[in-house]
Ligand binder design. Structure first.
Ligand code: GAL
Length: 832
């Protein structure tokens, strides 16, 4: 068992032209990204086990500097940041680890993973040949390497870490840094090597990574990639399994047929290491989401969903793919492929060893039509945009477009919660509140002429910065129209602005990088206050110089007459600043305060109110979400733990969604979108381990105004329906391949196999079954012109009453309902 060996025995990890070499043996490695702070330690064992069951060999993660060193020299390796525990859990499951130390991560993570204090180090310039930056980067990188060494986590010490990454995709942007960028890149490489981990280092998207650092590929496809030396293996560090969600954006997804196609093409063309980014995306808790405007969910359409449930058939189809690739391992590691054309858009790759193993990949990269090819004297039907894998160069074990795994629905079940105290009232009847003061509440607030950039001012201690101005108005100013009306113009570089005039919300706006507001306002003769609340929603994490893009109301801010156009620029006036809100300062998120007001009507739809309630745990053990529909925007805490920013009123743009996405053809991050015109995110994950059986506190800081009594809880569960359609031309399930059947001539028929996801459940009924030419998709199957009359009874007999069943998809079983047509079996089954 590797588990035992790993504790004791060191492994040597090297590489050559073909692959990473572990203890002298080249390896085909399937990897998946799980970022430890995007879930909880309580979730890690299950996520890791599901990764292993899905056929992964390696877990890949970034290391999140700002999580580990929130203040300079004050380290945090606890809780969700317990990196050592995470790596050990992967080892315990028998998995390797690829540790991407960076320490720049990107990752849609706040400030790309850099701690914001780094920005204030005198003379610093990020990611270039700058001594202060290099000193800090080296210190942190060495800190992580030392920690891993102390815990004996490198493979060279008997641990699971077989590879480390330095920097991240620097080659994509290094030209912006000129010659200093090049020398920084070289310095990073030698600094990393000097840390002597005993295992190889990689740089991703760095075509000129110096030896012996392996340059690796990131992208939706990497089959065309070649490393910069013939002594380095072809490795893929980020195969995007979907894409991230932004507030105001529709939800991206990537069809598994295309994802599997991309993976198979990579191995077809000589790749030996492939990583899914993400395999489990998880959640951006607290204020960890990057930006601007990255949502709190980081689901990513990954094979394991945000809540830790399997996304089917994505997970299952990829598991089958991994099995098929592993059946080819001996041939794959032995040699380079011999690639030949089988016609236009048709390509064969053959891996043949001197000892007689042979594996082949047959691809149809055309997007329109299926094709029949002749390979080694046999005929094969290749669907458009698909790869068939032949572990023996004869029989097809897997085709990327033919799914043998059932679709399992997942669903949220609403839970009406009783508030703590056992009263029969529902959640929401026991809300209390505290009003956040509008404008400056601190006694010693900062006063400065001119408009300050936000990150320089807040150091990102809070999302919030007040810009306040007091003005005396005589009434005859030329920028005023009758009745002391004026138009307040505000220019901000992001991401949200609320304008309060004399304590009342007058207008607001939001944008990634450019807010331009013209708000009609009424001033009064005498004293007036203009309080502008500027709010960041995740600091930028990508691009050259992202660290100095900045945020906030950089101006101009002016008062204008709508009639005459006469105006007064306020930008250089004496502004008063306050970083953060009073309630943040006094720690209202924890719920403990004597100031909560509960015996008066709850103010709703008012800006800047803190709300609190208590609740008992939703029943069961399933993952929990809060549906924030009814509220506006803010931050929420459960038992003092920030679950992140909520913003259900951020509506996805209405264009760009497609009814059903054609997986054939090159994928882009905006190719397959859903949820247009709807809130980008209404459901927010609350990890089970943060909830007690009773007496839980939920606190929200509502910025824009909403009704917290509309909030509801939901639990996410795997639905009871299983759906699958398998044609006679599907390869037999890859599980039926055994090493002795591998080299025999196989003519196994297609099989439809189903299994209830929950071990205590059995298939209780068959909603639909048709062998013939059924149409439609899961949930809406219907009979086609051709249908075997025995369809339902055969499937019922095979399946009902059992947790799992297998039905051969052939006329032998179903009779012949129509000659000369390729028939399919479609089944929808119910588990109970
Ligand atoms: C890559 C980057 C990742 C992540 C990804 C998009 O460019 O390396 O960290 O940001 O894009 O999800």
């Amino acid at each position: 068992m590797r588990e035992n060996v790993m504790a004791a025995t060191a492994a040597t990890v090297t590489y050559d032209h073909r692959a990473l070499v572990i203890d002298g043996k080249r390896k085909i490695l399937i990897s998946g990204s799980i970022h430890y702070p995007r879930s909880t330690p309580e979730m890690w064992p299950d996520l890791i086990q599901k990764s292993k069951d899905g056929g992964l060999d390696v877990i890949e993660t970034y290391v999140f500097w700002n999580g580990h060193e929130p203040e300079k020299n004050k380290y945090n390796f606890e809780g969700r940041y317990d990196l050592v525990k995470f790596v050990k859990l992967a080892a315990k499951a028998g998995l390797y680890v690829h540790l991407r130390i960076g320490p720049y991560a990107c990752a849609e993570w706040n400030y790309g993973g850099f701690p914001v204090w780094l920005h204030f180090v005198p003379g610093i310039k990020f990611r270039t040949d700058n001594e202060p930056f290099k000193a800090e980067m080296q210190r942190f990188t060495a800190k992580i390497v030392d920690l891993m060494k102390q815990e004996k986590l490198y493979a060279s010490q008997g641990g699971p870490i077989i590879l480390s990454q330095i920097e991240n995709e620097y080659g994509n942007i290094d030209s912006a840094y000129g010659a200093a960028g090049k020398s920084y890149m070289k310095w990073s490489a030698s600094m990393a090597l000097s840390l002597d981990t005993g295992v190889p280092w990689n740089m991703c998207q760095q075509g000129d990574a110096p030896d012996p650092i392996i340059n690796t590929c990131n992208g939706f496809y990497c089959d065309q990639f070649t490393p910069n030396s013939n002594n380095k293996p072809k490795m893929w560090t980020e195969n995007w399994s979907g894409w991230f969600l932004g507030f105001g954006e529709p939800t991206p997804y990537r069809p598994v047929e295309d994802l599997a196609f991309a993976v198979a093409r990579f191995f077809q063309r000589g790749g030996t290491f492939q990583n899914y980014y993400m395999y489990h995306g998880g959640t951006n808790f607290e204020r960890t989401s990057g930006g601007p405007l990255i949502s709190t969910s980081y689901d990513y359409d990954a094979p394991i969903d945000e809540y830790g449930l399997l996304r089917q058939p994505k997970w299952g189809h990829l598991r089958d793919l991994h099995k098929a690739i592993k059946l080819c391992e001996d041939a794959l590691i032995a040699t380079d492929p011999e690639i030949t054309s089988l016609g236009s858009n048709l390509e064969a790759a053959v891996y043949k060893t001197s000892s007689g193993s042979c594996a082949a990949f047959l691809a149809n990269i055309g997007t329109q039509s299926d094709a029949t090819v002749t390979f080694n004297g046999k005929s094969y039907r290749l669907p458009a945009w698909s790869v068939s894998i032949l572990p023996d160069c004869k029989n097809v074990a897997f085709n990327t477009a033919k799914i043998n795994s059932a679709t399992e629905s997942t669903a949220f079940a609403r839970q009406s919660l009783k508030p703590d105290g056992g009263s029969s009232a529902e959640l929401g009847s026991q809300w209390s509140h505290i009003k956040e003061p509008i404008g400056i509440s601190e006694a010693d607030a900062l006063v400065k002429p001119g408009l300050l950039e936000q990150i320089n001012t807040t150091a990102d201690k809070s999302d919030y910065l007040w810009y306040s101005l007091r003005m005396d108005i005589k009434g005859d100013e030329t920028f005023l129209d009758e009745g002391s009306k004026a138009v307040l113009h505000i220019q901000s570089i992001g991401q949200v602005v609320y304008a309060f005039i004399n304590g009342k919300l007058a207008g607001s706006g939001n944008d990634r990088t450019n807010i331009s507001l013209d708000i009609p306002i009424n001033l009064v003769t005498g004293k007036n206050t203009i309080d502008l609340l500027s709010v960041t929603v995740g600091l930028a994490n990508y691009g050259a110089f992202f660290d100095i893009i900045g945020a906030g109301i950089t101006g101009p801010v002016s008062l204008n007459s709508a009639k005459t156009g006469s105006s007064m620029d306020l930008s250089s006036h004496q502004w008063t600043y306050q970083v953060g809100l009073k309630g943040e300062d006094t720690g209202l998120g924890s719920g403990d305060s004597s100031e909560w007001v509960s015996n008066s009507p709850l103010p709703t739809n008012q800006p800047l109110v803190w709300y609190k309630t208590t609740f008992d745990a939703p029943s069961g053990s399933e993952p929990v979400a809060i549906d924030f529909t009814g509220t506006g925007k803010g931050i929420a805490w459960v038992n003092g733990q920030s679950i992140g920013r909520y913003w259900p009123t951020s509506i996805a743009r209405t264009d760009g969604c497609v009814g059903s996405c054609n997986y054939r053809g090159t994928y882009r991050n905006d190719k397959c979108l859903k949820n247009c015109g709807k809130p980008s995110q209404t459901l927010y994950h609350v990890p089970r381990s943060w909830i007690k059986p009773s007496g839980n506190t939920l606190v929200l800081l509502e910025e824009m105004g909403g009704d917290p009594t509309k909030i509801s809880f939901a639990t996410k569960h795997t639905g009871s329906n299983l759906c699958l359609k398998v044609s006679e031309s599907h390869p037999a399930p890859v599980d039926t391949w055994t090493s002795d059947s591998k080299f025999s001539n196989r003519t196994s028929p297609a099989v439809l196999s189903l299994k209830c996801p929950v071990s205590t459940q059995v298939i209780s009924s068959i909603r639909f079954a048709s062998f013939g030419t059924p149409t439609g998709s899961c949930g809406s199957f219907s009979h086609g012109r051709c249908n075997s009359a025995r369809s339902l009874s055969v499937v019922q007999k095979a399946c009902v009453g059992s947790r799992s069943c297998k039905v051969e998809v052939s006329t032998r079983v179903f009779g012949e309902p129509c000659h000369g047509v390729v028939k399919s079996l479609a089944v929808e089954a119910v588990c109970a």
